[in-house]
Design a protein. Sequence first.
Length: 202
Amino acid sequence: MKKLPLILSIVSIVATAVLYILHFSAKSDTGTTSSVQTVQTAGPGSIVYVQIDTLFNKYDMSNDLKTELEAKASGIQKDLEKKGRSFENDVKSFQDQIQKGLLTRSQAENMQNELQTRQNTLQNFQLEKQQEMAEEESVMVNKVMEAIRAFIGKYNQEHGYAIILTTSAASQTILQGDDALDITNEVLEGLNNEYIATRNNK
């Protein structure tokens, strides 16, 4: 029997999604001494700044959410790999039966159609999960940013700074700044204290 063609582009279907969500390259943090100096020298009306990379990397809420997201991504990857191995084994079995002439043309065509349907289903499943994880990553970032904004709003009611800027390794909004105007450590400590207290009360 003439060998039937088989579309096998999905043999190595594994999760390429995720991630890693949020590879921030953190700048060096200022020490405790800098935090004390900030309180002393950056008075009301000052223009100060925070290093957003540091907040994302060291804020406990951010790390907890990233851990949850990574665990979900790992589960999806394992599921995709399991489905991919099962599909690959069935493809090999089909090829073996074709080579040995164990299938009629009609049987071979039906099996090929079934494999093609499974291939499409796996591809759609992979794309769906990639999109799902991208959306969850975006929501995670928004949650962290909203928590940071809310805390800084309350924090600034006490300090009365004129402007609080953000900078990062990527944006480099501030190329150089006085360490006394860097309130990152103060904000980070306050964020973590507030989050830990809220988490412990749940």
